[in-house]
Write a protein that binds this ligand. Structure first.
Ligand code: ADP
Length: 473
């Protein structure tokens, strides 16, 4: 253990890159704040997308700060039945939300898993699959108690958790895929229009009224339930945040003639922070490998240090290096560990929460999934490594939250931050580590900022935004 620990935690070079001092965090927050401002000011550029070679809005060095055309928070009095389709990084969720007003709602939902092939296949086929799942859901859930009159349709909110350029609430041009998606014929196109085509193909009795991002949905749903909520974050396959901005402080949309006194939700797409120039975030050589071997090298630099898609891979790369150096698993067949992305971030959760002295859970993970035997010293090392990687992810997340808090002046009064995603919900101590990080950044006042689990945020938010949109029309 001493030998292994030395390599990652005692070696000053390795330690300085996996751990973050409060001072370093405050520097990141300052740079993050500047990047947020830049994203609000800088008009989008249209260039050729390097994958599809179509003209595409592509912002290279700034966080996109996408205006969502969701104006202000809900009143809490919205009501009615709404459908929501939520295309995430791992699952497709279809929900029927009965919005009851006074912060209350009921939800029925079904999850459909996306295959790796679907994530790389043709775009229209992906939307056809979404429509097909919606049809199955409607057939199973709607007929009994929500019979529609001929010609009548239900409003549908579409939660599409990839950066889109919007000029209206019900349109959005995909800027680029993130979270490992490489679906073809979609970047640079209006995904709402593509989904409408699929909805028409299946003759579904729905009207797509709002295209939103999961973070925006979570922001609106969390505020509906808890009006102290000012920021929402997602920590799942990817990571992202949204908050409510004053229109007057969004210089890049000043020509659209939007009422200056209004507020509009901003989808930060903060996973792009520090992309390409890599000036601000400390990265280990494992992070560099993750980046260079990803399908989008250079992009989503912040996300690659934080989100569920990558944390397991970072740990696996450290293990593989030690295998190559003959330090680990000598004489054992390690081929199963040598496949990229086989080490799920859920394993890090399990490793950190193993309650036994012998670390039986870790024995189980390595023998069952990877057919290798481990010593106690190795298991203690793996756990320590998971802790470094998980803690770094949470502390970097705190930096992002702190940047928004500081930019908007929320620190004195305090605010709640609605958070969702498996990493936030299931990784032991993730929220506590964020809170610790906020205190490291802001001192005692950091305790005024409290994150909480925003349940079903993206689906419910989509429904509430569909309701708000209906009210505005
Ligand atoms: P999505 O972001 O795709 O909508 P999730 O919020 O469920 O969906 O996030 C999925 C990601 O969370 C995957 O990258 C997975 O590795 C990770 N994950 C799943 N379970 C856990 C867990 N128990 N602990 C930590 N991460 C997890």
């Amino acid at each position: 253990v001493v030998h292994l620990q030395f390599r990652v935690s005692t070696n000053p070079k390795a330690r300085s890159s996996f751990t973050l001092t409060p001072q370093r965090m405050r520097m990141i927050v300052e740079a993050f704040k500047d990047t947020l401002e830049l994203g609000l000011a800088k008009p989008d550029q249209v260039v050729l997308c390097h994958v599809s070679l179509r003209p595409c809005r592509f912002i290279t060095n700034a966080v996109p700060m996408i205006p969502t055309f969701v104006f202000g928070f809900p009143t809490g009095q919205e009501q009615g039945d709404y459908l929501a389709v939520d295309l995430g990084g791992t699952n497709l969720r279809v929900c029927l939300v009965y919005v009851q007003g006074e912060g209350k709602f009921e939800i029925t939902q079904t999850k459909y898993r996306l295959t790796e092939e679907q994530k790389q296949d043709d775009g229209q086929k992906l939307f056809d699959f979404c429509a097909e799942c919606l049809k199955t859901f409607i057939d199973n859930n709607l007929e009994a108690d929500h019979r529609l009159n001929p010609g009548e349709t239900l409003p549908l909110g579409f939660t599409f958790s990839y950066p889109c350029f919007q000029t209206k609430i019900d349109h959005g041009e995909l800027i680029r895929w993130t979270k490992g998606f490489g679906v073809t014929n979609t970047e640079g196109r209006d995904v709402a229009e593509m989904f409408r085509k699929s909805l028409a193909k299946y003759e579904l009795p729905v009207t797509l009224t709002a295209l939103i991002n999961d973070t925006t949905g979570t922001l609106i749903a969390s505020h509906y339930v808890n009006p102290k909520t000012k920021i929402a974050c997602i920590f799942g396959t990817g990571c992202n945040a949204a908050y409510m901005e004053h229109v007057v402080d969004i210089p890049k949309i000043k020509n659209l003639g939007i009422d200056d006194t209004a507020d509009m939700a901003i989808n930060c797409e903060w996973g792009a922070f520090d992309s390409f120039d890599h000036e601000h975030l400390p990265r280990t050589k494992y992070d560099t490998i993750v980046d260079e071997t990803s399908n989008k090298p250079g992009e989503q630099a912040f996300e690659k240090l934080i989100s569920g898609r990558y944390l397991g891979e970072i740990l696996r790369l450290v293990i593989c290096e030690l295998i190559d150096e003959g330090v680990l698993f000598l004489g054992q067949n390690t081929y199963k560990l040598e496949n990229p992305y086989v080490f799920d971030t859920a394993f890090l959760s399990l490793m950190e929460s193993d309650p036994t002295d012998e670390l039986l859970m870790i024995i189980g993970i390595f023998s069952h999934f990877f057919a290798v035997e481990t010593t106690l010293a190795e298991r203690q090392f793996f756990r320590a490594l998971a802790k470094l990687i998980g803690r770094r992810a949470a502390r970097l997340s705190a930096c992002g939250i702190a940047a928004i808090v500081s930019k908007m002046g929320y620190l004195e009064e305090g605010c709640a931050v609605g958070a969702d995603g498996s990493l936030y919900n299931k990784y032991p101590g993730f929220a506590d580590r964020i809170h610790e990080g906020l205190v490291d950044i802001f001192g005692e006042k950091g305790r005024n900022i409290v994150t909480y689990h925003a349940e079903d945020g993206s689906g419910v938010g989509s429904a509430i935004i569909a309701a708000m949109t209906k009210a505005r029309r």
